[in-house]
Write a protein that binds this ligand. Structure first.
Ligand code: C2E
Ligand code: MG
Ligand code: MG
Length: 778
């Protein structure tokens, strides 16, 4: 709060402010008795001078003095009878009346003095009229400090003619008296002015104080806190409305400046604080030491929390502030609940669970108790979410949490870690069998049907179990159970698995593999091998498939089947795939013109946003014609985002790049893929060759090959290892190309170049067919 200093309002002489003006007028008009006595004295003096001098002219003067004096006395009496504080408007009404009366009275006094002194040597009469006028003027100067101009006019009108008349006597003493009176009147004027200044100053500061008090009052009564101020003697000095309202107190406590004791007793009586809290509050007020405390309403229904702050005041006494913090506390409680509980299922969340089992483990350490931590993961939950929508998924999660809750004993503890992950802490088990029993029951119970919004839903559950051991931490236990869960899922889901130490080693070696892979890409430790695909009609190598190799100094040659899934999980596949694509295109540029390169794309790499620009860039940078590049994708790449996949394939096709469907027959083997997507080649997986010498697999293989050929696609059979296999697959002419160890295993780039030279460079076209009996070209 800021107060404006009136001094700063500018030095220009201004009309007083309305309130000040009214107060100044009021100061003049309310002196009935002094003025009445002065008027009576002057009237008596006038009569005396008329009697003493016998001057008839003085009688009318005496009559006027009495008459005007009486009128003014009536006027002032009337003024004093008013009951209200003088307003500015009323002051403007009263001031001219008073001023006119004063001026007329002063003029009559002036005339009377002049007539008494001029042309008359009666010293007694002179003395009477001088004494009466001087006395009246002095009284007036003391009364009229409110408007100094009035007294100045009075001196001029009443005392001026008197001094003039004295001076006309041409006597040294008369002249001296006139001069002395002039000096006296000047002094009187000075006194009057200084009285005025003092009065104005006092009024101004009282106004300021009143304004200040008003502002404080407004502030106090509008603040959200309740406030009480106690003096050093423990009596109430200030209490704002908010305090009395919060504590339900009556106004009379304020009126009679009650003691701290009374106030606290009244608070207890109104049920706003308990007796115990009241005792503490009282002792804080008495001790007057800065402190905070929180009280709760004894009235449980109201459930109010109040925060009390005590502050000592300089010179004794205390200020007490009270704030209603109920809403804040409720909000804090809500926030802390949200931070520690899952909003959907109301189960404890990860943080809460971790803290809780940390605490339980610490307690159990001493007691040598065995407990189990079961990590539960729902199988096929994602499908429910995807097909029935998230609201149904949410309901399913609630139903799962309900079933879990029902199955547990009161001392067990279940939490949701987010998604479809739940964790159970089973306390005080006798042996791992107890945990296995619970895990089995959980798997069975959660696999029972759910009815969600008229849908019958079936899901499964996998459980990873970690048993507590001496000194195990909550984090380790959770990590172990998670590893066991991973194993349970890998074992075919719908089952449970205990954590074993080897699992940690697997995880650790995987972690090291990840680190190594990152380094390998940065250090270009990878190499591309190439395996030829032989055209069965021409016997020539038509394409070479790029296959990733990693020559690790310690691990030796690492298979791409080990590298690719890890790189996919790490998100490294995009960078790695980019490197493979560019390298393969550049290598192909070194081969005879008719030979293409085939590059494997993993689903993640194929579905990256800028796959098209990646391919375009690789072609441009290497200078390879687009029709010499084949991209091998698997059926899993076709599963996702069908329309988008179709578009990407079409665009790649329009670039001139060919697309092969790799490993056909190992996945969904949906014939609709062959029909719906723009594919140019089908590579039938080598698993089709198993048992090929019997009828059924051969019929199947031939059927797929024929169908693909009829759809206009080239057909490749992978994994040809023997001449017999080759003869069987090539018999009916539907298979166009073959790939396998029979021709060549994957070989380094240098070696494949030699093979290509041998296949394309040296022999004339007619003699390029590789004899069936000696197919191996490696
Ligand atoms: P794929 O694309 O089907 O590659 C053919 C795999 O079969 C190669 O294994 C090859 O060495 C093997 N193979 C070829 N002929 C025969 C045979 O006659 N008998 C037997 N038993 N195997 C044969 P490799 O090189 O270990 O690659 C395995 C898989 O790893 C590949 O299968 C492919 O899916 C993936 N892969 C390899 N390199 C890459 C790559 O650069 N990028 C991506 N995304 N995946 C790759
Ligand atoms: Mg392949
Ligand atoms: Mg394959």
């Amino acid at each position: 709060m800021q107060l404006v200093d009136p001094k700063k309002r500018g030095s220009r002489r201004e009309e007083p402010e309305p309130a000040l003006y009214a107060a100044l007028v009021d100061s003049m008009c309310q002196n009935f008795w002094p003025m009445f006595i002065g008027s009576v004295s002057t009237a008596v003096a006038a009569v005396l001078t008329a009697l003493k001098t016998g001057n008839v002219l003085l009688w009318p003067c005496a009559a006027l003095i009495i008459g005007i004096g009486t009128l003014r006395a009536f006027q002032m009496r009337k003024y004093e009878r008013r009951t209200q504080v003088l307003t500015f408007e009323q002051a403007k009404h009263w001031e001219p009346r008073y001023a006119i009366g004063a001026m007329v009275y002063a003029s009559v006094l002036g005339v009377w003095c002049f007539l008494t002194i001029f042309g008359n040597d009666d010293a007694i009469a002179h003395m009477i009229c001088v004494a009466a006028t001087v006395g009246y003027t002095a009284g007036g100067a003391a009364r009229n400090y409110g408007r100094p101009k009035l007294i100045q006019y009075h001196i001029l009108l009443a005392c001026g003619p008197m001094s003039l008349a004295l001076a006309t006597h041409a006597d040294f003493f008369y002249i001296s008296l006139a001069a002395l009176l002039a000096l006296f009147f000047m002094g009187l004027k000075g006194i009057n002015l200084s009285l005025h200044a003092i009065f104005v100053k006092a009024l101004t500061s009282s106004f300021r104080e009143a304004a200040l008090a008003g502002q404080f009052d407004t502030a106090l009564n509008n603040m959200p806190h309740g406030l009480c101020m106690f003096r050093a003697d423990g009596r109430l000095a200030v209490m704002n409305h908010r305090f009395s309202e919060m504590m339900n107190l009556s106004e009379d406590l304020i009126q009679r400046s009650a003691s701290a004791n009374d106030i606290v007793a009244a608070c207890i009586a109104s049920n706003s604080i308990s007796a115990a809290s009241g005792k503490m509050i009282l002792s804080e007020i008495v001790n007057t030491q800065a402190r905070d405390m929180i009280t709760t309403d004894p009235d449980v229904a109201r459930g109010r929390s109040l925060s009390w702050t005590f502050q000592a005041m300089e010179g004794g006494g205390a200020v007490v502030l009270v704030e209603d913090i109920t809403e804040r506390r409720n909000a804090e409680a809500r926030i802390s609940h949200l931070a520690r509980y899952d909003e959907l299922t109301a189960l404890p969340n990860r943080v809460n669970f971790r803290d809780e089992i940390g605490r339980l483990l610490a307690v159990q350490q001493g007691a040598e108790q065995l407990s189990a931590l079961l990590f539960v993961d729902l199988d096929q939950f994602k499908q429910v979410n995807d097909t029935l929508g998230h609201p149904c998924g949410d309901q399913l999660l609630c139903a799962v949490s309900e079933r879990l809750r029902e199955m547990l004993r009161p001392e067990d503890f279940v939490a949701r870690f987010g998604g479809d992950e739940f964790v159970v802490f089973q306390q005080n088990v006798h042996s791992p069998d107890d945990a296995a029993g619970l895990a089995r029951r959980i798997v069975d119970r959660l696999s029972e049907r759910y009815k969600i919004d008229n849908h019958l839903v079936e899901i499964g559950a996998s459980v990873g179990i970690a048993m507590t051991s001496r000194g195990v931490s909550a984090d380790t236990l959770l990590k172990n159970a998670d590893m066991a869960l991973y194993r349970a899922k890998a074992d075919g889901r719908g089952t449970f698995c205990f954590f074993r130490d080897e699992m940690a080693q697997v995880v650790e070696s995987r972690r090291i593999l990840e680190l190594d892979l990152r380094k390998a890409l940065a250090n270009e430790e990878f190499e591309l091998f190439f395996q030829p695909l032989v055209n069965l009609k021409s016997g020539r190598i038509s394409t070479c498939e790029a296959l990733l190799r990693w020559n690790h100094p310690v691990r030796g040659t690492v298979s791409p089947t080990d590298i690719i899934p890890v790189a996919e999980d790490m998100g490294l596949i995009v960078d790695l795939g980019r490197w493979i694509l560019r390298k393969a295109c550049m290598e192909c540029m070194k081969w005879p013109e008719g030979v293409s390169v085939a590059v494997n794309f993993s689903p993640q790499q194929f579905h990256q946003r800028d796959v098209l620009s990646e391919v375009r860039y690789a072609i441009e940078v290497s200078g390879l014609p687009a029709n010499r590049l084949e991209i091998e994708i698997t059926e899993s790449s076709l599963l996702r985002n069908t329309q988008l996949t179709h578009d990407v394939l079409s665009q790649l096709h329009s670039l001139g790049v060919r697309i092969s469907l790799d490993d056909f027959g190992t996945g969904y083997s949906s014939l609709s893929y062959l029909h719906n997507f723009p594919l140019q080649k089908v590579k039938i997986d080598r698993s089709f060759l198993e048992g090929i010498d019997s009828d059924r697999p051969l019929t199947l293989l031939r059927g797929v090959a024929r169908l693909s050929a009829d759809l206009g696609m080239s057909v490749v059979v992978e994994g040809i290892e023997t001449n017999e296999q080759l003869e069987l697959i090539s018999a009916d002419g539907a298979v166009t190309e073959a790939q396998g160890y029979l021709f060549s295993p994957p070989v380094p780039a240098v070696r494949v170049r030699q093979l290509l030279n041998a296949s394309h460079g040296r022999r004339p076209p007619d003699s390029q067919l590789i004899p069936v009996s000696s197919r191996s070209i490696a």
